[in-house]
Design a protein around this ligand. Sequence first.
Ligand code: ADP
Length: 319
Amino acid sequence: VKSIAVLTSGGDSQGMNAAVRAVVRSALFNGLEVYGVQKGYTGLINDDIRKMDLRSVGDILHRGGTILQTARCLEFKTEEGQKIAAENLQKRGIDGLVVIGGDGSYKGAQKLSKLGIKTMGLPGTIDNDIPFTDFTIGFDTAVSIVVDAINKLRDTMTSHQRASLVEVMGRSSGDIALYAGLASGAETILVPEIPFDLEKVAARMENNFAHGKRHSIIVLAEGVGKGEDFCKIISEHCGMEPRVTVLGHIQRGGTPTHNDRILASRLGDFAVSQLMAGDSGKACGIIKNELVATDIDTVVSTKKEFNHDLFELALRLSK
Ligand code: ADP
């Protein structure tokens, strides 16, 4: 390839900017032309594509969000939309595309690769729900935000000997809840991957308080249900109603952690080298510290495995 483009698509995540910067700077370093597409696939269809230089990505490494903006684009799901998108790239002589996003965005990249565009996917989502990479870009930062919030909640809960339920993001994945729960010593972690009995959760909480515990933190993954509903059920079983905190979109903002910046930098550079080697239709990831490119078809048809060992560990340590 001689000329590539980069876009961010779907839900944004911290570190997307770091990934865009890495793609642009690595491409320029290797003598390629590089273009930025605004608002994901919408920009491809609307021809909102501009040439990038070294300075276009200055001062963004540490910023959350994405300078390229992101969007959900229905038109791109149609064959007609995909054809227009591919043509807009081809008329500029752009033959490679890096798509930074989640599994929906990967499906889009898959379609474009079938229309002759060489594509590479980078996992940009806080949810950590993309397989064939240990972590997705943004996950580490989101977990840090949750841990920080739980630290604060714990202070005030301890003062009042109260229970707290924290609802976190993750869509159908329990990873944010699991990692944040383990890192903050939560008493209970409720995730979609592991069945649970709320009656037992309530009984355990009551018992722990009776035996001198001064606070109780329950972390609930949004994929399980609404925090408010769970608190009501718990209070029916034990007479104590945990206070609910729904962290919401603050989990997607703020400066990325060094882990996310390094992950994004390595993956962005790797995507460019894969495209230069003529590879296409792959998703990039890091598994056990090794850079890997896996067929997008395989990635989108595989569910990420839940880390049962970590879950068991969190259980053992949270007595
Ligand atoms: P994410 O990438 O975070 O999973 P979405 O599922 O919203 O987010 O997908 C982002 C965009 O990718 C969609 O708005 C759409 O333009 C494109 N997309 C999603 N699924 C498909 C598909 N099956 N075929 C083509 N494009 C798709």
